[in-house]
Design a protein around this ligand. Structure first.
Ligand code: ADP
Ligand code: MG
Length: 688
């Protein structure tokens, strides 16, 4: 049997079960084998009956030695009583009105019982249990298997229970499935990895915790190694498939532009810029990620790189995730670069067909130097003449696939620069951006007034908003961020719409207010954002749609309602919308702070402005699922490895992948496996 065969070939899977399994994403035998236990029941931590402590929840295992059935009570209940022995003592267990158990309860069978013990009449070591919290009566076969003690617990459903999965996985592991070793022998040896077949068998039915740990390590290693190899292969392929553009040393144009900047680059900005220049001047295509906190000044770095490519006779493209961001970049680039005769075009879905076609022509005929736009840049009709550099801003909004689509737009392999403000802990960067080199910008430009952050309870809202009003009177603008768009009966939280109405008909009735949320038509959304940007709207109520990169220096105050609903990284991104001008800026987080943990979490926001620290804190408190979720990343969900807890395995796996690549081992095997495992997410690698 092959791993790609349908799960239906496994004994016990008929059409009905197959449909149920498919619903869980289990289609092939491989999917089933990698349907890893959620956790394990450790029946090896059993209490001996004689050691039972009255009143405490404990689990025992024993053999049924005696059974009794009688009618009792006024309504003639059936009362089943079993006497269980484990050699140390006797436990009497009673069930009321559970006739269906009669068949399963047989003298001689092993039973596991969890519940609270009480004293029974009789001698020492005799206890009783009713009101069991769980019990499991084993068949003979199961008894043999259960001797190992540790039982897998699967993410089960109503129709597919634990028992079904345990049985099914036993069948699958017993079936003759081809499970070749995928890791190179040298890697297995060097990193002391358990063999693949053994690891898969052990992860489902471990004989003890040492074996389980080794199996888990092996499978996590495999997963991370394969992803690392995949990402490195992707990088190699792109770098080898054609020669990159070798940019010349900086010329006069670049020097003049640099001199015209209204500020000197910070140390970190300069570092990133040096990295980029070196990359661009090499034969190999650049693939670099610039990671810098909000407001750290990534745009100017991108601009310099684009000027460098223009000076080398190439075109450059920059893709932003939203219309408004693209427009902002377009405006600032025009302001800075047009005086030097650099031609800049704008491309977005909002242009009319005719306008768009005109831009396509400009691009094709090389009548423009830099094109700034949204997803519209990756439309089929866009053909660059000599594309030298591709910049994507706020990368996490794009999938890897979209990024690569833009890279393929030219007739040669362009240099690639990716910019993200999402502070990603280091080990995670390796998983998510394994195909990119990284430059960090950690410091903010000098002279920034730090944003002062306060956590306040909802009863202070009138005061808070009076203060906001006074700031608007002084000419500033303000954001109010809410987690929900519409009323939600269940959570009882006021929505953005309600808060908007409360404010604009209340204390802000003399101020122009606006509302923007994710469910609005893009054009309407953009119109409101534009009005805020222009200063026509003073108070903007919004959901998190404003999270990304918008620059309104006059906005100096932000109120976040129900702040506890957001992750720290997200709050930090939101907060980055203010403090962009020369005004003192305030961020007020409104929260009930019901639990100690919720309060502590938000208090971190008051104390630190370091996005990296907040991201790690977030990751620690909320786990990677949430973290990745909020990032809308384009990379695979890991099946077994945990980016947070397995960072040591990740580092080893990455090292092994690098070594494999350096030794020029044949890694052709990697891609089919990645595709099998992650399907969609890696298809673009195999296709390219
Ligand atoms: P982000 O990294 O969030 O994209 P931006 O590139 O939008 O940040 O920069 C934020 C602001 O900082 C802009 O107004 C920009 O002009 C300014 N800025 C960038 N670099 C410097 C610097 N070295 N000194 C002073 N101001 C700077
Ligand atoms: Mg930016």
């Amino acid at each position: 049997m092959k791993v790609t065969d349908s799960v239906q070939y496994i004994k016990g899977v008929g059409p009905k079960k197959k449909a149920e399994l498919n619903r869980l994403g289990i289609v092939t035998v491989y999917d089933l084998l990698t349907y890893f236990p959620r956790t394990y029941e450790d029946q090896s931590v059993l209490t001996r009956i004689s050691d039972l402590r009255v009143g405490e929840q404990q689990t025992i295992s024993g053999i049924i030695t005696k059974l009794q059935e009688r009618q009792g009570g006024r309504r003639g209940m059936t009362i089943l009583t079993a006497l269980i022995s484990d050699g140390s003592g006797f436990l009497q267990v009673t069930w009321f009105n559970q006739n269906y158990l009669k068949k399963q309860l047989q003298v001689g069978r092993r039973i596991f019982v969890t519940g609270r013990a009480s004293y029974a009449f009789g001698g020492r070591g005799q206890f009783a249990m009713s009101q069991l919290s769980s019990f499991q009566i084993l068949t003979e076969e199961e008894d043999a298997a259960a001797q190992c003690g540790i039982q897998p617990v699967y993410p089960a459903t109503e129709r597919l229970n634990q028992k079904f999965f345990r049985k099914l996985l036993k069948e699958a592991l017993a079936a003759d499935v081809e499970l070749p070793e995928v890791l190179p022998a040298a890697v297995c040896r060097q990193y002391h990895l358990m063999a693949r077949r053994e690891a898969l068998a052990t992860i489902h039915f471990p004989k003890d915790f040492t074996a389980l740990k080794a199996a888990r390590r092996r499978l996590a290693f495999e997963e991370l190694y394969l992803i690392q190899c995949g990402l490195m292969l992707l990088k190699q392929k792109l770098q080898q498939s054609a020669k990159g553009i070798r940019h010349g040393a900086d010329g006069v144009l670049l020097q003049r532009v640099e001199k015209s900047l209204p500020f000197a680059l910070t140390h970190d900005q300069d570092g990133a810029w040096q990295d980029i220049r070196q990359d661009m001047e090499r034969d190999l295509p650049m693939r670099r990620l610039v990671q810098g906190d909000v407001g750290s000044g990534k745009t100017v770095i991108a601009m310099l790189a684009l000027v460098k490519t223009v000076e080398n006779g190439c075109q450059g493209a920059m893709m932003a995730p939203t219309e408004i961001l693209a427009e902002q970049h377009y405006e600032s680039f025009c302001r800075q670069l047009q005086p030097f005769g650099i031609r800049i075009s704008f491309l977005s879905g909002r242009l009319t067909k005719k306008q768009r076609e005109a831009v396509y022509q400009e691009i094709l005929r090389h009548e423009t130097d830099i094109v700034i736009g949204t997803h519209a840049l990756i439309q089929e009709e866009v053909h660059f003449h000599r594309l030298g550099l591709v910049v994507t801003d706020e990368q996490h909004r794009f999938g890897v696939a979209q990024r690569t689509a833009l890279e393929k737009k030219g007739d040669c392999v362009p240099d690639v620069l990716v910019m993200t403000a999402t502070p990603i802990p280091r080990t995670m960067t390796l998983t998510v951006y394994g195909d990119l080199d990284v430059s960090l910008i950690r410091e903010l430009p000098p002279g920034r007034k730090p944003i002062r952050t306060f956590v306040r309870r909802p009863d202070r809202r009138p005061l808070i908003y009076r203060y906001v009003h006074s700031q608007l009177e002084e000419g500033r603008q303000a954001y109010v961020v809410c987690p929900l768009i519409e009323m939600d009966e269940e959570s009882k939280l006021p929505s953005a719409e309600e808060i908007y109405d409360e404010l604009r008909y209340g204390i802000f009735q003399d101020m122009p207010c606006g509302l923007v949320h994710g469910r609005m038509r893009p054009a309407d959304k953009e119109a409101v954002m534009e009005a805020f940007y222009q200063g026509d709207i003073k108070l903007l109520v919004s959901t998190t749609v404003i999270e990304v990169g918008v620059n309104v220096p006059n906005a100096s105050i932000m109120v976040v309602e129900h702040a506890d609903r957001f992750g720290l990284s997200q709050l930090h991104q939101l907060r980055g919308r203010i403090g962009r001008g020369s005004y003192a800026s305030y961020c007020i987080l409104v929260s009930e702070g019901k639990t100690q943990q919720a309060r502590e979490r938000l208090n971190i926001m008051e104390k630190t402005a370091d996005g990296f620290q907040l991201a790690e804190e977030d990751l620690r408190l909320r786990g990677p699922g949430q973290f990745f979720g909020s990032m809308q990343h384009g990379l695979p969900d890991l099946k077994i490895a945990n980016v947070l807890k397995d960072s040591d395995i990740l580092i080893e796996a990455r090292k092994a992948a690098l070594e494999s690549l350096r030794r020029q081992e044949d890694l052709a095997f990697v891609l089919p496996i990645l595709e099998l495992q992650y399907q969609e997410q890696f298809r673009h690698i195999t296709e390219s």
